[in-house]
Ligand binder design. Structure first.
Ligand code: SF4
Ligand code: SF4
Length: 342
């Protein structure tokens, strides 16, 4: 397989100029003037999180595309993006107020379509129904760590992001954390945050694995850090594979372009409604037609800047499986050529 091109812009003092260069490259590839409605898949950030992609860097979208529209789906978690109205309010509060916003899976994630794919774990992916209205889409992703997937980039933004609530549940199901009960202080934070009411706290917390949806919220809120994903006990990489499969369902028969922001790189994802401190200096922004090459290049740059050590390894040892499997099912290539642009 040929190497995919990944474009890299690292003038951190003028990121907007770089983003606009990428928009220009994309606009030149959209051939039919009448088909320029472009879905911009982005994560608006949750609550007090302020390390999501900065909206002011995207303000020129309408200069490059005739009809750009932010597209997103509702989430599984409790918080500000569970319902369409709240989700839009959250987006506006975070400054995404200069384009129309289209929540693709209805009021509560109930409005989905099943897209047929022939893959190992998924035959029908439950995707936000409104995706059918878009032929041209741009993924704009904040590259950062993710407690369950290891890292989040283009694939996570598309596959998990555009899954309807049922689709997100389908991807998460089977990833039930374990609690080191001897160190639990019975504070109840995990139980309060659990969207599935799967945790009971008496002398210590206990998870009912039969109703846990594997969302990992409890892991994030536990003040003692005693809730863990039992990756060692898992026999497969089904969660990661499903993200790749759902991504395939979203990209097939459509035109996608992908931009990753390697800025404000945090250990946790933007779904956590608290402020997070980036753990490394900004790197820049990357663009590619190939989401596998883009995420691979992003991981390589982050690892290189972190003295050659994968910073997200503490979550999961095999996060590259997402990319290897994605390559296997035809999403793209792990081999890439990094092209620096000024
Ligand atoms: S992962 Fe934790 S918060 Fe999420 S459903 Fe399971 S027990 Fe509840
Ligand atoms: S948040 Fe952690 S310490 Fe508190 S009850 Fe849950 S497992 Fe125990």
């Amino acid at each position: 397989m040929d190497k995919s091109k990944v474009y890299y812009y690292d003038n951190l003092s003028n990121l907007k100029a770089g983003v606009n260069k990428f928009f220009k490259m994309i606009a030149e590839e959209i051939k039919d003037e009448d088909e320029t409605k472009v879905g911009i898949k982005i994560h608006f950030g949750e609550g007090d999180n302020d390390t999501h992609v900065k909206p002011e860097l995207l303000k020129d979208l309408a200069k490059y595309f005739k009809d750009p529209i932010f597209v997103e789906c509702n989430v599984l978690y409790r918080g500000h993006r569970l319902r369409k109205d709240d989700h839009i309010k959250q987006a506006l509060a975070h400054g995404f107020d200069f384009l129309e916003i289209d929540i693709l899976d209805g009021e509560m994630g109930e409005d989905y379509t099943e897209i047929e794919i022939d893959t190992k774990n998924t035959q029908k992916a439950k995707i936000g129904k409104g995706l059918k209205n878009y032929e041209n889409l741009i993924s704009i992703a904040h590259f950062k760590g993710h407690i369950v997937a290891g890292f989040g980039g283009a694939l996570k933004n598309i596959g998990m992001g555009l899954g309807s609530r049922g689709g997100k549940l389908d991807m998460h199901a089977g990833v039930c954390p374990i609690i080191k009960i001897e160190d639990c202080i019975a504070c109840g934070s995990c139980s309060e945050q659990c969207p599935a009411d799967a945790i009971e706290v008496n002398d210590y917390a206990v998870i009912d694995a039969s109703i846990c949806i594997g969302c990992a919220q409890c892991i994030a809120v536990c003040p003692e850090g005693v809730i863990k994903i039992p990756w060692g006990a898992r026999k497969d990489n089904q969660f990661l594979e499903k993200i790749a499969e759902y991504t395939l369902a979203c990209v097939q028969n459509k035109n996608w372009w992908h931009i990753n922001f390697l800025t404000d790189i945090t250990m946790k994802c933007d779904c956590f409604g608290t402020k997070q401190e980036p753990f490394m200096d900004d790197i820049g922004i990357l663009f590619s037609k190939d989401p596998i090459a883009l995420d691979k290049a992003s991981m390589d740059l982050v690892t290189e800047k972190n003295d050659g050590v994968d910073p997200f390894k503490k979550y999961i040892k095999n996060s590259y499986h997402l990319l290897k499997y994605g390559e296997e099912i035809g999403l793209g290539s792990m081999k890439y050529e990094l092209i620096k642009i000024d």
